[in-house]
Design a binder for this molecule. Structure first.
Ligand code: SF4
Length: 374
């Protein structure tokens, strides 16, 4: 980037003027409270603005301050997050709130190093919070902003390659106006979200097209270079909705991501039905898994696990990052639910009181629909 000082000032003025006129009216843009900015940045990771809005409002109504969040049980934090996905964000947010109370008197730290030492806070989030809440001059570089920069400076190749990313970080830093770093960062994000979009960018309406190398060179559609995608992995996850005569069911929560035959991570380590990744004979393999993990003997006849008594429910589709999951739920009526240390036995119709992932919600919905009178 070899712009003159005047060119840089004009660019900043043009970008900021456009942002102040055209920005979307979003709730986190009406505040400088670091707690609110931080929460919005965490919720917006990998998640669309429209999906975040109701969660943001509910979360703040219950946890209006870092201290209120730090005091809450993890279970309640996860429950308010349920449905938003990527639950490690909620766990880290909660852990970070406790650290902020313990080490920073309940105030989000102002120094970059201190912010970066908190759980779940990387360079982008720290820069966004510190610039917007405190006016600290740090550039926030995420995939959106990187795309805009790649076009502005006609950067070729994989943007996530470490050297290239470092160059983009340095370019982003030079573009930040020291008198309005928060607005500069938000303006770049807004430009990437609403004008310089991944496909069909609206260059004719772009406030900075006169500085854009890709536009001048006719490379807008070619930049940035497409990244090689991780191939999709398909798998089948069989789950057992055990149901006693009072319509209570059994939920477990594996302590490690790879426990419960690898299913724990697929349910975001929240409360889930007993489940197993299966290969060919879902019923039999699930019955064997329940025997091995819970000591449950239902679904066995003549000493062989055959899954008899397991009623197959309509399958559902679910996606977790690069995994495409076929959910194969089964309803299993029991006289008594097995006694499992640390398990929960809520009513099937009341699972909304428990923090569960959307995969578990889909399974529960299939089971509820199968019951008489539903
Ligand atoms: S001119 Fe087009 S490609 Fe360049 S920054 Fe603007 S919208 Fe993006």
């Amino acid at each position: 980037m070899n712009w003159s000082r005047t060119g840089l000032r004009r660019f900043q003025g043009q970008l900021l003027g456009w942002f102040r006129r055209c920005q979307r009216d979003l709730p986190w843009r009406h505040t400088r409270d670091p707690h609110r900015i931080w929460l919005s940045e965490i919720m917006l990771q990998q998640t669309r603005v429209t999906a975040v809005m109701p969660y943001y409002r509910r979360f703040l109504a219950r946890f209006p301050s870092v201290r209120a969040l730090a005091r809450a049980p993890t279970e309640e934090v996860l429950k308010l997050w349920a449905g938003l996905g990527y639950y490690s964000r909620a766990r880290n947010l909660h852990r970070a709130a406790k650290e902020i109370v313990a080490r920073h008197s309940g105030r989000f730290p102002r120094e970059l190093e201190a912010a970066l030492s908190l759980p779940g806070i990387g360079r982008y989030t720290a820069a966004a919070v510190l610039s917007i809440a405190y006016g600290e001059p740090h550039a926030a570089l995420d995939g959106n902003v990187a795309r805009v920069l790649a076009r502005l400076f006609a950067v070729r190749g994989d943007l996530r390659a470490p050297r290239r990313w470092a160059q983009l970080q340095s370019a982003a830093q030079k573009l930040v106006a020291p008198y309005a770093p928060g607005d500069c960062n938000q303006a770049m994000m807004e430009l990437g979200a609403s004008v310089c979009t991944p496909r069909s960018p609206r260059c004719v309406e772009c406030p900075v097209s006169r500085w854009c190398r890709a536009y001048q060179l006719g490379l807008v559609e070619a930049l940035p270079a497409a990244r090689r995608k991780r191939p999709k992995v398909k798998l089948t996850l069989a789950a057992a909705v055990l149901l006693d005569s009072r319509q209570r069911t059994l939920l477990i929560r594996p302590s490690k991501p790879d426990s419960d035959r690898g299913s724990g991570a697929l349910f975001s380590r929240m409360w889930q039905f007993p489940a197993a990744i299966v290969k060919r004979h879902a019923q039999k393999e699930l019955a064997r898994h329940l025997q091995a993990s819970l000591g449950f003997r239902g679904g066995f006849e003549g000493g062989e696990a055959d899954g008899k008594g397991f009623v197959s429910l309509p399958p559902a589709r679910h996606a977790v990052t690069f995994r495409e999951i076929s959910l194969a739920p089964f309803l299993v009526r029991v006289d008594r639910l097995p006694e499992v240390v640390g398990a929960k036995t809520p009513f099937l119709a009341e699972l909304d009181r428990v923090p569960i992932s959307s995969a578990t919600r889909k399974i529960a919905a299939a089971a509820l629909r199968s019951l008489p009178g539903s």
